[in-house]
Design a protein around this ligand. Structure first.
Ligand code: UDX
Length: 457
């Protein structure tokens, strides 16, 4: 099939590369010539494990990129994968979606039924809005000459290739039968796992080669599909906020939250996933999606008190971490604090909406001096938050030099293998707060560290 993905950001690049990999002739369209050149040269415009090899493998054959919308004319399916950032009131900014829809409309082909897919996370009702823009721009009739459908993405950064080739579910939101037939054909290789197994496993990073469950292909109407995305992400955010609250209680009681999470997760109705404590959930999805869901519910006069509470509880989580350090160091004024991890989770360079920001802001407010390290996220952090007076360390071990405390925010695998003895020797005060309960606690305590996790005694 002929496929177009508008937008070469995170979702667009991954979707396009995967569809090219399973045999569809795919064009990525972006206004950014640098990204277009990058893909055509066989490189990924974003960091995601395995994506570079995938693009390299397909660039010039079934995958190409362009700044022109010309290929929309011959497309069977056009994905809209542009950004939907949050406006100040929490609602999604649809500027880029609308602009993409107009350009697609101007290039639609009257002789060919085209499916336009909202892949970006968009507010409920956006499929209808995009259909109106397309009708206006093309002069064609929605549902007859084209159809706009919802097919939300469920990609986790860092595991996007695993999630796109072996998803739990593919949700298709449309009642249009022609569109449903085309989408079934498009996703058939993935649903039936007809992809050339060897090739994909060769390309996926080893540690991600674990998931091989059957994909459920689920069809519904557009609005329900749109809401499935928001409801899912908000549910996951609630789950993390919940375990983080239990962690705070567990700490007060002197019990062990890791064991509590494990014991809870053994109930298949609860499940073991997303019960990992942290300084709070962050990233480009959960804050945005919970914000949009709350704004939508308010608009329709419904209060989603559980989601609201999860967001508030998440704010309290970073304050809880700051409080722990304050209790330990008494005054933070003039103290040096090393921070390990700036990205919102490991295996990504994404440092946009990371929990590190409010934590660093607060520590600076209290007069602390901050040294930071991240294996992949320092460039983005520096570009986006350059106003923050922090010292960037080239090596993780440097964060410990003359530090009064270390805080682990992101559980990068490499942090387990640091030269902890050397770090201990170089610290003024060997205190570590491990907000992910991830480091080898016993080993660190044996070295002499004053090690604290979250929710454990
Ligand atoms: C999320 C959804 O998981 C994905 O399905 C969706 O389509 C996009 O949004 P992502 O934002 O990449 O993916 O990250 P995710 O792995 O879900 O983590 C989100 C945040 O929650 C991170 O800050 C992570 O560190 C935190 N988290 C996650 C926890 O604190 N504890 C957990 O147990 C799991």
């Amino acid at each position: 099939m002929n496929v177009v993905c508008v937008g070469s950001g995170y979702v667009g690049s991954v979707t396009a590369a995967a569809l090219a990999m399973v045999g569809h002739a795919t064009t990525v369209i972006d206004v950014d010539l640098h990204k277009v050149n990058c893909i055509n040269a066989g490189k990924s415009p974003i960091f995601e494990p395995g994506l570079d090899s995938l693009i390299q493998h397909k660039a010039g054959t079934s995958l190409k990129a362009s700044v022109s919308f010309h290929d929309v004319h011959d497309a069977d399916v056009v994905f809209i994968c542009v950004g939907t950032p949050s406006l100040t009131d929490g609602t999604a900014d649809l500027r880029f979606v609308k602009a993409a829809a107009r350009s697609i409309g101007e290039n639609l082909n009257a002789e060919r039924f085209t499916v336009i897919v909202n892949k970006s996370t968009v507010p409920v009702g956006t499929a209808e809005l995009v259909a109106m823009i397309l009708e206006e721009a093309s002069g064609l009739k929605s549902e007859e000459q084209f159809a706009v459908i919802s097919n939300p993405e469920f990609l986790r950064e860092g595991f996007a290739l695993e999630d796109i080739f072996f998803p739990d579910r593919i949700v298709i939101g449309t009642l249009n039968l022609k569109a449903r037939t085309i989408m079934r054909e498009l996703y058939r290789p993935i649903v039936e796992q007809l992809v050339d197994d060897g090739k994909i496993w060769d390309i996926l990073p080893n540690e991600h080669n674990t998931k091989r469950q059957k994909t459920v292909y689920f069809e519904t109407d557009a609005k329900s599909a749109e809401l499935i995305k928001y409801a899912s992400n908000a549910f996951l955010a609630v789950k993390i906020s919940y375990i983080n609250e239990i962690a705070r209680l567990s700490e007060a009681l002197g019990s062990n939250v890791s064991d509590i999470a494990k014991g809870m997760g053994l109930d298949s109705r609860i499940g073991e996933k997303f019960l990992q404590v942290s300084s709070g959930w962050s990233g480009s999805c959960f804050p945005k999606d919970t914000g949009e869901l709350l704004a939508t519910s308010q608009k329709y006069g419904e209060e989603l008190s559980i989601v609201k509470a999860a967001v508030e509880s998440n704010q309290r989580m970073y304050q809880f971490c700051i409080h722990k350090i304050q209790q330990k160091l008494k005054s933070l004024n003039g103290k040096t604090i090393g921070i390990l991890g700036l990205t919102f989770k490991p295996d990504t360079d994404d440092a946009r909406q990371t929990q590190a920001i409010p934590i660093i802001h607060k520590l600076l407010q209290f007069g602390a001096r901050i040294k930071v390290h991240d294996p992949k996220g320092m460039n983005m952090f520096q570009t986006l938050h350059g106003e923050l007076p922090v010292y960037f360390c080239n090596h993780a071990e440097e964060t410990a030099d003359r530090a009064n405390a270390l805080i682990l925010l992101t559980h990068w695998k490499d942090y387990r293998q640091l030269d902890w003895k050397r770090m201990y020797d170089s610290m003024k005060n060997p205190y570590i707060l491990d907000t992910r309960n991830f480091l080898p606690a016993t080993e660190l305590r044996d070295i002499g560290f004053d090690y604290e996790g979250i929710g454990t005694s």
